[in-house]
Design a binder for this molecule. Structure first.
Ligand SMILES: Cc1cc2nc3c(=O)[nH]c(=O)nc-3n(C[C@H](O)[C@H](O)[C@H](O)COP(=O)(O)OP(=O)(O)OC[C@H]3O[C@@H](n4cnc5c(N)ncnc54)[C@H](O)[C@@H]3O)c2cc1C
Length: 395
């Protein structure tokens, strides 16, 4: 591991866009290595929402080195198993060996609510990390010696390195690499996650319904005694919708899920006022290069794997750790460190994305999507995605 210390020549000021898993992890390490780190986050505070993320394989080691592994363990969802029901609510499959979202329950992998994971990582950032909420980058101009940055609200500033950790719809990527359409691969469907009352009284359990092209799920309880609900649908072609218009997304979901049985009517009743709402297409971000000189993308911004695998957090943590380490080891030549980060991560990213596409294709071509077979496949995939030996350079 790189030793902490301030020995990086003049290349010391680093800007990170996005205060979620990737951004907070890279900020933690860069601060620890002695850099001046500013994190700019578009939301007014840490952005909440979603269900759970998995910390697997090499990400467990990154968490241990950050000193947050025990806290992750204490905050796991501690699920006991899952079941599947048909439209009448009758149980057609049950297992206490694995869950759909987390994989095998007897593995060392940890499933943690996204909000908890982000809280713990935020607390792990040293007091030297400067946070600017409610702002975003609007222009980036890179030259030999640094990057000129303009902001929507703040004054322009110059940084030695800019890191885009701003998620699958990254603005940093758009500014530095080109339009979203060039990199985002649609995978045939949409998923929404939200917080609702635990009206089934689920006790560390998850239940799913698959009915044709529409699916729903309930997982509970979460840390607040409420439950997280899933709604999703398949669609061969992308559906046009506004990323920022939550009401329109909720209307779209209500249309698609109308007429479904089980507790879907109750989920739809709560949909309008549901908090922690997150809606997105199942997508991957596929880029030949996710770094350019002094600008690097990390996590979903550079290599999103698909929301339904839960693997994005592990990839983000591992990527952030390797990126910070390589910048710190670059002896004042951050572009060289950034290039080494991309090389070190490539195999890990490609293998994860290929595994996620395999599963997606299998499910997509399976006419009978109501049987337990899909879940068994998914559990196996999730185990494979630990990719314990990757990346080779987790030193
Ligand atoms: C609200 C939400 C809910 C999610 N729920 C799940 C889930 O249930 N299961 C799952 O597997 N994955 C979920 N994900 C994705 C998951 O968080 C990531 O796959 C993984 O953790 C990697 O995280 P990341 O830091 O790369 O990106 P993200 O977690 O997407 O974080 C990106 C961060 O950047 C911020 N941001 C966006 N644009 C800008 C900008 N222009 N400037 C500055 N900041 C910006 C966002 O507000 C966010 O804080 C969710 C993501 C979000 C944003």
């Amino acid at each position: 591991m790189v030793q902490a210390g301030k020995r990086f020549g003049s290349a010391r000021r680093i800007l990170v866009a996005g205060a979620s898993v990737a951004g907070l992890t890279v900020a933690h390490w860069l601060d620890r290595y002695g850099f001046e780190v500013t994190v700019v986050e578009r939301s007014a505070g840490l952005r909440p929402g979603g269900q759970a993320l998995d910390v697997r394989g090499p990400a467990l080691e990154v968490a241990r080195r950050m000193g947050v592994l025990e806290e992750f363990r204490e905050r796991t969802t501690a699920l006991r198993g899952m079941s599947m029901v048909d439209g009448s609510g009758a149980e057609i499959y049950r297992t206490t060996e694995r869950t759909l979202t987390g994989g095998r329950l007897d593995s060392e992998d940890l499933e943690v609510l996204r909000d908890d994971l982000v809280d713990v990582l935020h607390a792990a950032c040293g007091s030297g990390v400067r946070f600017v909420f409610g702002d975003r980058i609007t222009a980036l101009t890179q030259d030999e010696g640094g990057v000129e940055v303009e902001f929507e609200a703040g004054a322009p500033a110059r940084y030695d390195v800019v890191i885009g950790a701003d998620g699958a719809h990254s603005g940093t990527r758009r500014l530095a690499f080109g339009p979203e359409e060039a990199f985002v691969r649609y995978m045939g469907g949409y998923v929404a996650i939200m917080t609702v009352p635990n009206f089934l009284g689920l006790d560390r359990w998850q239940t799913f319904l698959m009915d044709g092209d529409v699916g729903a799920g309930l997982i509970g309880p979460d840390g607040s005694g409420t439950a997280r609900a899933y709604l999703g649908f398949e669609s061969a072609e992308p559906v046009g919708y506004d990323h920022r218009d939550e009401d329109a997304q909720k209307r779209l979901l209500a249309e698609r899920a109308a007429g479904l049985g089980w507790v879907v009517p109750q989920i739809l009743e709560h949909l309008r006022d549901a908090s922690g709402f997150h809606f997105d297409a199942r997508i991957q971000v596929v880029m030949e290069h996710w770094t350019k000189g002094r600008i690097a993308l990390v996590g979903d911004a550079g290599y999103a794997v698909s929301l339904t695998t839960g693997q994005g957090a592990s990839m983000a943590m591992v990527g952030a750790y390797v990126l910070a380490g390589e910048i710190a080891a670059s002896g004042g030549d951050p572009a060289a460190g950034i290039a080494r980060y991309e090389d070190a991560l490539r195999e890990y990213v490609l293998r994860n994305q290929a595994a996620a596409r395999d599963l997606n294709d299998r499910n997509h071509n399976d006419d009978d999507r109501s049987g337990p077979g899909d879940f068994t496949d998914f559990g196996t995939l999730v185990e494979e995605m630990s990719l314990k030996d990757y990346p080779a350079r987790l030193t």
